[in-house]
Design a protein around this ligand. Structure first.
Ligand code: UD1
Ligand code: CA
Length: 474
């Protein structure tokens, strides 16, 4: 779809219906804000709509919807459906928001159908245009049509109506061609919205009734059966939400296996659609990769690892049970087992962060190691430094965070605390068990622990004598 140019006739508008109460979700959260792989359902519909480059995009929501906490991307805006009087009424709210000047094609999408692809919609719009339709509906063949509106066709195959499950007769319920909730309306079809009557059973104005009205009014209309059933999964319940997750999971698994990624157990691998994994990477069971995560070539991700919005460069190894958030792990670096890389952690090439180590807002330079039981926060570690077991950077004084610098080749003895702000100069040593509060100059040794005393024979003298008290007889 060509984007509309200033001054030229506007071609396409999208209306996304998202005002329903979503009662079947049994949730306090608006249905379209329920996340799928960490992103609200509505995000998916919006992304698909915007991929068509519409001149205008309207998201129809109810009064309770928290529009401030879900700002729309450029080019899209909200319309409020005051009362939830059904899908036809919601479209009318969207059409009003489009304004009278809009004379192009209006594409209606359901906000609860997140898996529809732009490709399918483009095909549908091409068919709509080619047939010079005033109204088109996108249908699909459902293995199980339960819950969807059934497409009724006459003996010539012309679509004459859509009947909702509750109103369908036994025979009609057996029809497997169903309504996807995607419609294309030309300006000439819009007056039909006003003729839709309230459904007696549900008390709502059904958009689906527009097909019968178009047929009665001899308006050029058609229903096109296109696309894959999974794409049109409408999410009404938590069961549907779980199905959508699974459908996306399987698509991603297939894509990665085809790209040359090894998945030891695809059934327990959860990778979000936008994640990228390069070839010859091996992923063990129970791994979650989310958000804008990128994994390079030849990496190994061992079991029970969760990585969010992070970059793992070629050849890196993430051992068992790690959590990595908004971090960058350098080429051939090692992480874990059981490490937590918190936001803004940067590990250089070949760096090692091992067992029970937590890092935050820190850079650990090339070849540097923190292998055991450490906290490294607000710190810059140079190259080839060794941070001993149990080292803690004390970055917080109760009010503000402070920075620690550990130079190239530094050796921090085990069990040390570095009280920030502090600078440990290049090539220097910190003796084990030290509490460092002042800068350490390059090449020196700093040690702050008390000198060791050894009291010979002390243990024998201190031996506790048995108590003389007799136990009371009961
Ligand atoms: C609807 C269709 C059905 C189709 C199915 C596809 C109707 C009457 N039925 O059924 O034929 O097979 O979608 O998934 O249209 N909404 C509003 N305002 C309202 C009511 C609903 O904005 O007053 C929005 C909802 O937020 C939702 C969409 O419209 O995103 C569809 O509504 P929903 O109640 O989910 O309809 P279905 O029963 O799924
Ligand atoms: Ca629905």
């Amino acid at each position: 779809m060509a984007p509309a140019k200033a001054g030229k006739e506007i071609k396409l508008a999208c209306i996304i219906l998202a005002a329903g109460h979503g009662t079947r979700m049994k949730s306090l959260l608006a249905k379209v804000l329920h996340p799928i792989y960490g992103r609200p359902m509505l995000d998916y519909a919006l992304e698909t709509a915007l991929a068509l480059k519409p001149a205008r995009t309207i998201v129809v929501v109810n009064r309770q919807f928290d529009t401030e906490n879900f700002p729309l991307p450029k080019g899209a805006r909200y319309a409020i459906q005051k009362e939830q009087k059904g899908t036809a009424n919601a479209v009318s709210a969207g059409v009003s928001a489009l304004g009278k000047s809009f004379k192009g094609t209006t594409l209606v999408l359901n906000g609860d159908t997140p898996l529809v692809t732009p490709g399918t919609l483009k095909r549908f719009l091409r068919l709509h245009k080619k047939n010079r339709n005033k109204l088109s509906v996108l249908s699909f063949t459902a293995y199980d049509p339960t819950g969807y509106g059934r497409i009724l066709r006459d003996e010539d195959g012309r679509a004459i109506a859509i009947v909702e499950e509750k109103d369908a007769t036994g025979d009609e319920q057996d029809i497997c061609e169903v309504n996807s909730g995607v419609y294309a309306l030309e300006h000439a079809a819009l007056p039909l919205l006003k003729s839709i009557k309230k459904n007696r059973k549900k008390g709502e104005y059904y958009l689906t009734d527009i097909v019968e009205l178009a047929s009665e009014k001899k308006l050029q209309a058609g229903v096109f059966c296109q696309g894959d059933e999974d794409e049109f999964l409408g999410i009404n319940s938590r069961l549907d939400l779980a199905r959508a997750h699974e459908a996306l999971r399987l698509l991603k698994i297939k894509e990665l296996l085809e790209k040359g990624v090894t998945l030891i157990d695809p059934a327990s691998t959860y990778i979000a659609p936008e994640v990228k994994v390069a070839k010859d990477t091996c992923i063990y069971p129970n791994v979650f990769l989310h958000g804008r995560t990128k994994i390079g070539k030849g990496c190994t991700i061992y079991p029970n690892v969760r990585i969010i919005d992070s970059t793992i460069r070629d050849g890196a190894v993430i051992k068992d049970s790690c959590l990595i958030e908004e971090a960058i792990v350098g080429k051939d670096a090692f992480v874990g087992p059981m490490a937590h890389l918190r936001p803004l952690t940067r590990l250089g090439k070949g760096a090692k962060v091992g067992n029970f180590v937590e890092t935050k807002r820190s850079t650990i330079g090339e070849g540097s190691k923190a292998m055991h039981l450490s906290y490294i926060g607000d710190t810059t570690v140079g190259k080839h430094a060794n941070i001993g077991a149990g080292t803690v950077t004390c970055n917080y004084d109760g009010k503000a965070k402070h920075h620690t610098v550990i130079g190239d080749g530094v050796f921090i003895g085990s069990g040390s605390q570095l009280v920030a702000p502090v600078n440990i100069g290049k090539g220097s040593y910190v003796g084990a068990g030290s509490t460092i509060t002042r800068d350490v100059s390059a090449g020196s040794l700093s040690i702050t622990r008390a000198e060791q005393k050894t009291l010979k024979g002390w243990a024998a003298k201190k031996t506790v004598k048995p108590s003389k008290k007799k136990k009371k007889k009961k």
